[in-house]
Design a protein around this ligand. Sequence first.
Ligand SMILES: Nc1ncnc2c1ncn2[C@@H]1O[C@H](COP(=O)(O)OP(=O)(O)OP(=O)(O)O)[C@@H](O)[C@H]1O
Ligand SMILES: [Mg+2]
Length: 276
Amino acid sequence: MSTEPLLEVSHLTVDITSAQGPRRILDDISLSIAPGEPMGLVGESGSGKSMTLRTILGMLPHGARVVSGEVRYAGHDILTAGVGRGYRSSVRGAGISMVFQEPAIALNPVMRVGQQITDAVAERKRLSRRAAADLAVELLERVGIPDPGRRARAYPFELSGGMRQRVMIAAALAQEPNVLLCDEPTTALDVTIQAQVLDLFRSMQQERGLGLLYVTHDLAVVAQLCTALSVMQGGRIVEQGGLQAIFDDPQHAYTQRLLRSTPRLPAGPLDAVVAQ
Ligand SMILES: Nc1ncnc2c1ncn2[C@@H]1O[C@H](COP(=O)(O)OP(=O)(O)OP(=O)(O)O)[C@@H](O)[C@H]1O
Ligand SMILES: [Mg+2]
């Protein structure tokens, strides 16, 4: 498997303008995602984790602007491709998918979930209606949704929050991305379902080198899934490196606090955890 970076963010700086004037929300963010080197992204609330993911996808909120920096995907600068719908679909077509923090943003309330999962894919792969429906059911099953045939015909409001979150994950995976950006994708899930979803991400990394940038508050999840870690505070990356090295010897006060306050953190070598 090649370890050339799939996604490279260099010196990304973003301002947002409010009534009080411009405010820097991302300051000189650099990170790199290679196949087989999934990266966890942690940091306190408001530190810029979601903004980093949204900037990569060109989905900045109104008033936000990239001041400087670059986002390269498979060697191409994707920020200068211009912001907007065309840009987003071209990036998605090129293989970056995102699982959003709030299912409400990403799901269409008046469309059956099965159709939402396969909508984009059916067109691209020229699937028949029947084949698309089968694919949706298969993906719902893979993310642990019971009775997936029936659930595929449900509308989002008919499903629990945890199920909606899994529908989003299924929709992101349907695109067969090379890079998956995840924003707290398993927070609303109970621990057994969370374990199943983490297993699914892990097998996609191992089987086809899926690149992963994974935002979470849970270092135990990072330990199970990632080999690298970036820690954000106040719009900056304050610590970055191999996961084991950071767990062994955290440099930044925030990282030290986070490690101390994670009760489920495995004590042994990370390899033992990953091998479980
Ligand atoms: N739509 C918006 N308009 C203006 N400012 C915003 C907007 N969304 C986020 N911000 C600001 O950008 C900064 C970074 O926010 P971001 O959502 O990236 O934080 P986060 O690390 O994802 O936090 P959380 O862990 O709570 O999800 C914060 O100061 C936030 O107030
Ligand atoms: Mg966020």
